[in-house]
Design a protein around this ligand. Structure first.
Ligand code: TNX
Length: 533
């Protein structure tokens, strides 16, 4: 009591000050988050990190009066339409698209030092201008603009705003020209709609190559007119015995066109000479013993091989590659070449020596999994490295030697970038043959000095493959891809000087509300400081 007595006289003064502070908004819980939400996203808080971000002056604010001004060009107008397609539903503003006018949002092609994919975003109170020397650069600039706006911009119904873009200038261009993601549509088939959904997610992080693994033991997924049973029969199942499926040529063209509208090149893969049970089951003649095996719905690898001595094998390869090349505006055709455990080494070399020239004959550049470096990679071919820390020094040296001889490399280390690896022992989906790959491990390495002895000029970029033995839905795809995919994108795009896990994890965390708004399922890794509301 006595103690209480002695403090009593002070209480009213303290209470009074507390009330004053509260009135000033300092302790009012509702006011502080609202004030934070209104601050525009700093220019450098984008994934992948931009090459340069210089804040300056006051922000631009998109309002009901804002217009979107595009150059008088069909392609720039299309990018403007894409942008207004994102902004109109959530802002509720009309955002008219015009090929004249000043202020507001402007997309502009100009001569300059931007390269094929670089861009500049300049923002001040009068407007935001995205400038690039090629449409792909404008498109990437639009992705940056998206990320500088509040996450609610991604929603499909009218949101409160305000819609501010921090003042200053972002100047940006990619570190590597090849920034890929692979989707295995063979082990489980994914529909055109599911592939488009993934394409949209890739575009948000400036990925520019979509590698489609179109054939494997468990399913053939692309119509080939000259060998119709490949799709009709070989495509009729998948891992676990589901119905499978395949793309008609028109559906495949639709995927290619949709990817192109998001500035992604599609890299089709027909995996050969192993991983071919679906083809061998469809045509008895392709088998050395002339007997077609049954369709396969398990997950073992390495048991199938095309028949290397038979001429029909090369007639088949020629037909398939010709028809696929005709569907492919892109530069590359991936011929697989991994895990050919049922093909002798000599046969493997013979096969690759005969098939690579077919790819060239139809105007495409070969990509193969890195086992191709154990044969004779064609001039200009790229090898996709999918080894891991534990890969033997001999195998790494073979890849590095090929790189010194001119073979370009795409890096997909399985213990870093395989999106199908489980995050931890309790991840429900995925596999673990390359170990568990948490978000930090996936991000924390440098493609530039990764493979000993490979010249840095041989590194064309990175790719994050997603194998689908355990994945059947878009939610499954997303749970494995997010949050690792944005890290892969950053490895491919951002200068190594910006590469830093301790700052990246905060930028990554800030993407989560955007994924929520887009309905993207993701793994809430304990390594990432996710926002709590
Ligand atoms: C290895 S990576 C494979 C695939 C599997 C994958 C599962 C590569 C070139 N071959 O056949 O789907 O592991 O992670």
């Amino acid at each position: 009591m006595r103690r209480n007595h002695s403090t009593t006289p002070r209480t009213p003064r303290i209470l009074g000050s507390l009330l004053l502070l509260a009135a000033a908004g300092v302790f009012t819980l509702g006011a502080a988050p609202a004030a934070r939400a209104a601050a525009p996203t700093p220019l450098d808080q984008v994934v992948p990190a931009p090459a340069s971000a210089k804040p300056a002056g006051a922000p631009y604010r998109i309002t009901r009066a804002t217009g979107v001004h595009v150059d008088d060009s069909a392609e720039v107008r299309r990018i403007g339409t894409y942008l207004t397609g994102i902004l109109r539903p959530s802002t509720g503003y009309p955002l008219p698209l015009t090929d004249h006018g000043t202020g507001g949002i402007r997309l502009h092609l100009a001569q300059g030092d931007f390269g094929a994919e670089g861009y500049r975003v300049h923002s001040d109170p009068a407007g935001v201008t995205i400038t690039a020397s090629a449409p792909a650069g404008l498109f990437h600039g639009v992705q940056t603009l998206r990320q500088l706006l509040p996450a609610a911009v991604e929603r499909k119904t009218v949101q409160p705003g305000p819609w501010q873009i921090a003042g200053g200038t972002v100047e940006d261009h990619p570190r590597y020209s090849y920034r890929g993601a692979m989707l295995d549509v063979s082990r489980h088939f994914f529909t055109v709609g599911q592939v488009k959904r993934y394409i949209d997610q890739l575009a948000l992080y400036k990925i520019n190559e979509l590698h489609l693994h179109l054939s494997d033991d468990q399913g053939w997924r692309i119509a080939v007119d000259s060998w119709p049973r490949l799709a009709a029969y070989g495509g009729s199942t998948e891992v676990g015995g589901g119905r499978g499926g395949y793309y008609t040529k028109d559906q495949y063209r639709e995927i290619v066109a949709y990817a192109a509208s998001r500035y992604l090149e599609v890299v089709p893969e027909i995996d050969m000479p192993g991983h071919t049970n679906a083809a061998l089951a469809s045509y008895a003649d392709l088998n050395c013993n002339g007997v077609a095996p049954p369709l396969y719905t398990g997950t073992e690898v390495g048991f199938s091989s095309l028949c290397v001595p038979k001429q029909v094998t090369y007639d088949f390869a020629d037909d398939v590659i010709r028809e696929l090349a005709a569907l492919t505006p892109g530069r590359y055709l991936h011929i697989g070449g991994d895990e050919a455990h049922s093909t002798s080494h000599d046969d493997y070399v013979t096969f690759m020596d005969r098939v690579q020239p077919i790819v060239a004959r139809y105007g495409k550049t070969v990509i193969g999994w890195h086992q191709l470096t154990g044969a004779h990679p064609a001039e200009g071919a790229l090898a996709q490295y999918w080894g891991l820390d534990g890969t033997s020094a001999t195998e790494k040296a073979q890849v590095a030697q090929a790189a010194r001889n001119g073979t370009g490399l795409i890096l997909s280390p399985a213990d870093r970038l395989y999106l199908d690896m489980k995050y931890t022992s309790s991840t429900r989906l995925g596999t673990k043959w390359a170990g568990y790959v948490e978000v930090q491990r996936s991000y924390d390495w440098d493609p530039g000095d990764y493979l000993p002895g490979a010249p840095s000029s041989s590194i064309r970029g990175v790719e994050a493959p997603l194998w689908s033995e355990t994945l059947a839905t878009s939610a499954d795809i997303e749970y494995m891809a997010f949050p690792r995919l944005p890290g892969a994108a950053e490895l491919g795009w951002s200068p190594s000087a910006t590469h830093d896990w301790t700052t990246y994890k905060h930028r990554l965390a800030a993407q989560a509300p955007r994924w929520d708004a887009l309905g993207i399922t993701y793994y809430r890794s304990p390594q990432v400081p996710w926002p709590t509301n």
